[in-house]
Write a protein that binds this ligand. Structure first.
Ligand SMILES: *Cc1c(COP(=O)(O)O)cnc(C)c1O
Length: 848
């Protein structure tokens, strides 16, 4: 069996097979993307080809590119072989040992979770991402691997991924499409136990579409990818998975059908039965249909019952702060793409399917909203920061008419980043000394006190070396891109004059979209120039970012920056790096002193780039939006504007720009240059110490994944298992009651209501006409808003027993009379311990 642990090279794709089993061992290491955050194997790859390694840091590319002769020759070296075997053994231990999840939940009902996402950002070697959403997916997969949470990712393999960016010297963005050769990225065909490559089919607008399947290994977890570039397909179908977020709604819905329905089918073909599906954004919403379809077959039940059974096992994470962020599909498109599926597979008409994606199911004009489908197919919903939770409750409140905003059933789990991915060799050393090698694999309990002990010298050495390395990176990129643009000779600049390793370095890199306001710093160009050119306390600024291919406003923002640099010959102090990707991020978050973020509150759902600097001792300067609204305190960084408790902070753009300049000029810059005789900026270093020790643990994906596991995954698995086992007994009953409530709720009405104040209490007596609704299915409550926007006061009323006619009921209750009687009102809501409310039954009747 020994050999089975390692790849048989014949099974790989686009790789020269070898009789030599040792080559299979190398391939096994090179195809485990653990190398993207754990650098134990770096030296081995470097030995194969130092130059190629330094250029790419991509083991799979190195192994494929180096001549087979060289590989065979090295494999004859006993020292090399010994090293290889030791690394494989270490890898095996890391994969099979028990981790946080196994220790904390040894008897867990959660054996498998499928995580669906349109994009995954694991490493630039596998470019199937655009930005934030892929970052969240990739970093959470990696942390799940660290923690031993049994997750499998499901995504798409894009032949072109997202466009690559070139910028000409006038500032025009050009989109370039590079090709992802599946034989040259670290993926392999997904094979059935007998070795055959798994192909699956989905139905798409009357055609049967073949999908190829791929497998990515990332530590303990796997990521399965689907693509339609199978030669058996019609040429037009082969291109469906070409581009990420390319084309219009028709292409998008096809991709989403592949992801949701194809993704579920893939799991079924592999005999994998996850208890929980996590939908990262609404794109993968169709999976709730496919999962229900399978249950229909298994339990021989209707679609409605099947959806009811599977619902608690689905979790929906929403990522957008505006309605336009949701995918909407025209009814005709839905009919073309899914009409037949609705009728033949789900046994429901198109109208019922459409109803799942509409605010008003009766409105046949309304488009199909993927987020609404996800919400109606999931047993829990969450936003991605505290503030985004509030924003999301408002966004989805239209689906819960007459419910108070703070009872809209959407929670939040604040995103975090995978720290081992974003640290560098120098910060890694510091963290290892303070907190040990396994620091990101446990519950992080002792991290803060340990990090508080770091000396000023150690922190300043770290910052100095990181900044210097960044400066070298910026120089070499600058050199490369001015050569590419044919400008190298015109600029007449010595490369050593680009950036200064001792100058305060500000970073700003993100998607160039208007709500992120990448030009806020350009509001008053004179003032910015003044800061950049200060004789004693200068500033330098590195920028990067792509504008969406069709986003002219975003492109204009890039142009504004380029022209600002060109017109004022600021190349030595301001550099715009083209082709922002994960590799650039790694360098920037490692070296900048201050990471700047200027979104318009509350448009940034969370934001993650600023979290990446924490582990390296970078500091944040940001508007109070997304994660920063909950992370900021005056000791750990800087806020632009104050902590307004309104969602929109009410400041004009001009005022915010002014506050940003003031913050830089009067606080950030002076603090950086305020040095003790030994050259150390003590206040600055104290701020770094606080930011690293307090914020890095909290905004790590380790914390995020533990929170999802404790609060969402485990309850979801348990509720799903209960419902799925119980559908013949109690579960069936609840399902029937839910249907009854749907049919008869409108018939409930209030009868006589008496109130009086007796001593210290307001006393209520209410009669209620329930008609077909059984008294045990409802809860009658005395309700009052909490004046401070907190959770309302809710007191359950008692039913007066022994009524002859269950259609008429009387309820009594009392509340302390410390508020006026007029604050209180009576309401009736459904009542079930077994249902997520009001998510699964959103009826409500108010006295007034
Ligand atoms: C981290 C990252 C993002 C997400 O950053 P935001 O804070 O959402 O702007 C986007 N793109 C890349 C390449 C990243 O590394």
């Amino acid at each position: 069996m020994e050999e089975d642990k390692y790849f048989n090279t014949q099974q790989l794709y686009g790789f020269l097979p070898s009789e030599n089993k040792e080559v299979g061992k190398l391939a096994t290491l090179a195809l485990d993307m653990r190398w993207s955050w754990n650098h134990a194997t770096d030296k081995l790859w470097r030995q194969l080809d130092p130059e190629l390694w330094d250029q790419t840091q991509n083991p799979w590319l190195v192994l494929q590119t180096v001549s087979r002769n060289r590989v065979e020759q090295l494999l004859k070296d006993p020292l090399f072989k010994e090293k290889l075997d030791a690394l494989l053994e270490k890898r095996e231990k890391a994969t099979n040992s028990s981790a946080w999840f196994q220790e904390k939940y040894p008897q867990s009902g959660l054996t498998h979770l499928a995580y669906f996402s349109m994009e995954f950002m694991l490493n630039e070697a596998l470019p199937i991402y655009v930005g934030g959403l892929g970052n969240v997916a990739g970093d959470q997969l990696k942390s799940a691997s660290d923690l031993g949470v049994p997750v499998t990712g499901i995504g798409l393999f894009y032949q072109q991924g997202y466009f690559r960016q070139e910028i000409d010297h006038d500032g025009n963005q050009k989109a370039i499409h590079a090709f992802n050769d599946p034989g040259q990225v670290p993926i392999i065909p997904l094979r059935k136990p007998d070795g055959e490559w798994l192909r699956i089919t989905v139905q798409l607008g009357g055609f049967s579409l073949w999908l190829r399947t791929w497998e990515v290994q990332a530590g303990r977890v796997k990521l399965f990818l689907l693509d339609s570039n199978d030669p058996a397909n019609l040429p037009v179908h082969r291109g469906i998975t070409n581009e990420l977020y390319g084309g219009g709604p028709e292409l998008r819905i096809k991709q989403e059908i592949i992801l949701g329905i194809g993704g579920w089918k893939l799991l079924a073909e592999m005999d994998l039965k996850p208890e929980v599906c996590h939908l990262n954004e609404g794109h993968s919403g169709f999976v709730v249909l496919a999962r229900a379809a399978e249950i229909m077959k298994e339990k021989r039940c209707s679609f409605e019952e099947a959806l009811f059974i599977s619902r608690p096992g689905n979790l929906f994470t929403t990522h957008t702060a505006v309605p336009a962020g949701f995918d909407h599909f025209h009814p005709h498109l839905m009919e073309n793409m899914l009409g037949q599926y609705a009728r033949d597979v789900l046994g429901i008409g198109l109208e019922r399917l459409m109803a799942l994606g509409r605010q008003n199911p009766g409105n046949s004009e309304e488009y199909f909203n993927m987020a609404f489908l996800a919400l109606r197919g999931c047993g829990a919903v969450n936003g991605v920061s505290q503030l985004h939770g509030i924003v999301s409750r408002e966004l989805f409140s239209c689906l819960f008419p007459r419910w108070p905003l703070n009872e809209i059933p959407i929670g939040h789990v604040t995103n975090g980043v995978h720290m081992p991915t974003w640290d560098n060799e120098f910060s890694d050393k510091i963290w290892t000394n303070a907190c040990g090698k396994d620091r990101w694999r446990g519950d992080l309990a002792d991290m803060e006190p340990a990090m508080c002990q770091l000396s000023d010298e150690a922190l300043w050495d770290l910052r100095s070396i990181c900044r210097e390395n960044l400066v070298h990176f910026i120089r070499s990129r600058f050199e490369r891109q001015s050569r590419l643009g044919g400008r190298r000779n015109h600029l007449n600049l010595k490369i050593e004059d680009i950036f200064d390793p001792h100058v305060l370095t500000l970073g700003f890199a993100r998607r160039f979209v208007s709500y992120k306001r990448p030009n806020l710093l350009l509001w008053d160009k004179k003032r910015l120039m003044h800061l950049l050119n200060h004789k004693s306390f200068p500033l330098q600024l590195v920028l990067a970012g792509k504008a969406g291919p069709g986003d002219e406003t975003g492109k204009a923002l890039i142009k504004e920056w380029i022209q600002f640099i060109e017109e004022n010959s600021l190349h030595q102090k301001v550099v715009f790096l083209s082709d922002y990707d994960m590799g650039i991020t790694e360098q920037l978050v490692s070296g900048v002193d201050v990471w700047m973020n200027t979104p318009k509150r509350p448009w940034e759902a969370c934001g993650t780039s600023g979290m990446k600097v924490l582990v390296n001792g970078g500091l944040n300067l940001s508007t109070l939006d997304g994660w920063w609204a909950e992370a900021f305190s005056p000791e750990v960084g800087w806020a632009i504007g104050n902590a307004a408790d309104t969602k929109d902070n009410g400041l004009s753009e001009e005022r915010e720009a002014e506050l940003l300049y003031d913050m830089l000029e009067y606080q950030v810059i002076p603090e950086f240059y305020e040095r003790k005789p030994d050259g150390l900026p003590l206040r600055w270093l104290e701020r770094i110490r606080k930011s690293m020790s307090r914020l890095a643990p909290v905004f790590s994906a380790n914390r995020t994944v533990r929170e999802y596991t404790d609060n969402y995954y485990l309850p979801a698995a348990q509720q799903y298992l209960e419902r799925s086992a119980g559908i013949t007994g109690k579960g069936r009953e609840i399902f029937e009651i839910q249907q009854q409530i749907r049919q008869h709720w409108d018939k409930i009405s209030f009868g006589d209501i008496q109130t009086e104040t007796k001593g210290e209490f307001h006393v209520f007596r209410v009669s209620l006409v329930l008609e077909e609704i059984h008294p045990e299915w409802v809860s009658v409550e005395i309700f009052a808003e909490n004046g401070n926007g907190g959770m309302p006061e809710k007191i359950k009323m008692e039913r007066v027993e022994n009524m002859d006619d269950h259609r008429h009921q009387v309820y009594t209750g009392k509340v302390p009379a410390n508020r006026p009687l007029s604050h209180f009102t009576i309401r009736v809501i459904p009542f079930f311990k077994e249902l997520a409310l009001p998510l699964e039954s959103s009826y409500i009747l108010w006295q007034r």
